[in-house]
Design a binder for this molecule. Structure first.
Ligand code: SF4
Ligand code: SF4
Ligand code: SF4
Length: 314
């Protein structure tokens, strides 16, 4: 190759580069989309966790959605109320309340409590295991125990217990929901940070099927949802599985003490002795018996009064 050819090659490449650069510069001017300064301001105050809790692709996606699509301003769980207040100020709207949420595992089907239906030798991931007949657990709704949820948590707020089930460290959990999205069984769920009692089963199967697979699963007996147990109506049955409505205030004490399978876990019990828990149960039963006696007495008195009124009228 002689010098002229080399120079020609250089000049050609340079010319093409210059033409393309000019085209790009022109295109960037013509197609320039002005970014609303509010998007930038909101982007700056979001925690940059990019966890997707808001339902948008990352913090910048959420900032844009708030400004251009009218997305609710209280969707950033990691940011909490502080971020809600700041977004409200930028947008010139009233701050909406954001209820802090935490994740919980709605399954107590530990290695000791729940049977396997076959040995699984595939990749150690719940997402993979679920492709083999829905997973190795005899219960179709049971935790597969390969910790996909734990790995998905961007805040190091989860761990795996020796029992083969994941646990959540409430103080670290910011309610981003990444674990919920990672669980192929829909076992990770969210509850308000202020509540302590939750249902630790996700099985929608019939009682016999449940007891064949697991010693602690919900058998769908409905006791927890009865008005006598939960007068507030905070627990309703959906098929064979109760659902707790946390927007109705209730301590869920009745469900906790009356469920025959012990499906309602009280996080507060972790700090109590077995004796304390037993004595609380006794106190609950005594209170319930007293209330039942009082109700019977009131009904008898009402019937007697009605009878007397009828006799007087004759
Ligand atoms: S446990 Fe982790 S992933 Fe799940 S909601 Fe809490 S912070 Fe998010
Ligand atoms: S809760 Fe879900 S993701 Fe977590 S270990 Fe169990 S099956 Fe896997
Ligand atoms: S009382 Fe227990 S076993 Fe019965 S439906 Fe409620 S959670 Fe299930």
């Amino acid at each position: 190759m002689d010098t002229t050819q080399i120079l020609t090659a250089f000049l050609s490449v340079g010319l093409i580069g210059a033409v393309l650069g000019a085209v790009l510069a022109y295109a960037s001017k013509v197609f320039h989309v002005a970014v609303d300064p509010k998007v930038e301001k909101i982007g700056e105050i979001l925690p940059q966790a990019n966890c997707g809790a808001c339902g948008y692709p990352g913090c910048s996606g959420y900032a844009d959605a708030v400004v251009s699509k009218g997305a609710a301003i209280n969707l950033c769980s990691p940011g909490g109320q502080g971020v809600v207040d700041q977004i409200a100020e930028i947008m010139g709207v009233t701050a909406a309340a954001s209820e802090p949420m935490v994740a919980y595992c709605a399954c107590s089907g530990s290695k000791a409590n729940a049977k396997d239906r076959f040995e699984y030798y595939g990749p150690k991931s719940c997402a993979s295991a679920v492709f083999v007949s829905g997973g190795h657990k005899a219960c179709d709704y049971g935790c597969l125990g390969f910790a996909d949820c734990v790995e998905a948590c961007p805040f190091d707020a989860m761990g795996m217990g020796d029992d083969g089930l994941p646990y959540v460290i409430d103080d670290k959990c910011v309610g981003c929901g990444a674990c919920v999205r990672a669980c192929p069984k829909g076992i990770m769920k969210m509850m308000p940070k202020g509540a302590t009692v939750y249902l630790s089963c996700s099985s929608k199967a019939k009682g016999k099927e449940v007891t064949d697979a697991c010693t602690v699963g919900c058998i769908g007996c409905k006791i927890c949802s009865l008005p006598k147990t939960t007068p507030s109506g905070a627990i309703k049955m959906e098929g064979d599985l109760p659902v707790v409505n946390y927007s109705i205030e209730d301590t869920l004490t009745g469900a906790k003490f009356k469920c025959p399978k012990g499906c309602f876990i009280d996080k507060a019990d972790k700090n109590k002795t077995a004796e304390q828990i037993a004595s609380e149960k006794e106190a609950f039963k005594a209170e319930e018996a007293k209330a039942s006696e009082a109700a019977k007495k009131a009904a008898l008195e009402k019937a007697a009064a009605a009878k007397a009124a009828q006799e007087n009228a004759q």
